[in-house]
Design a binder for this molecule. Structure first.
Ligand code: OFO
Length: 174
């Protein structure tokens, strides 16, 4: 059984992961409407990954004898200024998720909850990989430039990055 504070912090993390899933789904949809077919596929798949991250915590809480709560999600943005701004938003959100995971890890150490601490190590490396991946995309946008042919190339590049550097957690269920 988890302590009340860890149960609450894990449930908050569920909300963050669910928000990320809906946020990236909205981004995928916007990309679809703008003709960024490759990026749209990348973001649809990223939205699915975030749902898996959420479910992994969900099962961990219930398997520990506590109670996972279905989150309420606030409305996500539906419009994005450009692909560059969109990925800057992704990076900001991932940095927020990383900060929250780090705080959770700190709480586990404080409460000597080594089982949850151990469970969270997967998220620590996952966040490292995700931030690295998004920074790579932003570097490519900077390098190639936001001209029309440049954006076409970037879209293809991003499509080629589907499934790279990101572990869905499916093969490592809680
Ligand atoms: Fe990319 O946030 Fe999940 O863990």
């Amino acid at each position: 059984m988890l302590s009340k504070s860890i149960e609450k912090a894990l449930n908050n993390q569920i909300t963050l992961e669910a928000y990320a899933s809906f946020y990236y789904l909205s981004m995928a949809s916007w990309c679809d409407t703008q003709g960024y077919v490759g990026t749209s596929k990348f973001l649809y798949s990223h939205a699915d990954e975030e749902k898996m991250h959420m479910l992994k915590i969900f099962h961990f809480i219930n398997d520990s004898g506590s109670h996972a709560l279905t989150p309420s999600i606030k409305e996500v943005p539906h419009q994005f200024k450009s692909l560059k701004y969109l990925f800057q938003d992704v990076l900001k959100h991932e940095q927020l998720v990383s900060k929250s995971i780090n705080q959770l890890v700190g709480l586990c150490l404080q409460e000597k909850d080594y089982s949850t601490y151990n469970f969270l190590q997967w998220y620590v490396s996952e966040q490292h990989e995700e931030e690295k991946l998004i920074k790579t995309i932003l570097d490519k946008i900077k390098l190639i430039g936001e001209t029309q042919p440049g954006m076409y190339m970037i879209d293809k590049e991003i499509e080629g990055m589907i499934g790279t550097g990101v572990d869905t957690g499916i093969s490592n269920p809680a």
